[in-house]
Design a protein around this ligand. Structure first.
Ligand code: 5GP
Ligand code: ZN
Length: 113
């Protein structure tokens, strides 16, 4: 998607502070962190939202969660952390490229929002 900022981050057109990268997944620091650790995990391929996860693209989502667990260990989040996906208008999604927020380093309230 030529006008998608996370596609541009994935292909290097827009710089980011990367914390993990492989063939299918990229993780980078959120520009506006809401916690001491706030990383975004994205599939490199454009998937618009959680609503678009289907049998032919869902493997990368499982892989994202493996990477998230690895990063949580690397960032020392031994007391827990939160993984968030905002989907669509009511979910508060602002960037229309599937992403998961990995946040930690503080306690979070519930329910969110
Ligand atoms: P959403 O609200 O869609 O769940 O989350 C989008 C997230 O992307 C926000 O937390 C926002 O701070 C982050 N973000 C938006 N644009 C950029 C950018 O260009 N670079 C980085 N690193 N994060 C961004
Ligand atoms: Zn995209």
């Amino acid at each position: 998607m030529s006008d998608c900022i996370f596609c541009k981050i994935a292909n290097g057109e827009i710089p980011s502070t990367k914390v993990y990268e492989d063939d299918t997944v990229l993780a980078f620091k959120d520009l506006s962190p809401q916690a001491p650790v706030h990383v975004l995990l994205i599939p490199k391929q454009h998937i618009a939202s959680c609503d678009d996860i289907a049998p032919d693209n869902s493997a990368v989502v499982a892989h994202i969660f493996e990477v998230a667990a690895r990063l949580a260990k690397e960032f020392g989040l031994t007391n827990g952390y939160r993984i968030v996906n905002n989907c669509g208008e009511d979910g508060g999604q602002t960037v229309k490229h599937l992403h998961f927020h990995l946040m930690g380093g503080r306690a979070f309230g519930w329910p969110a929002g």
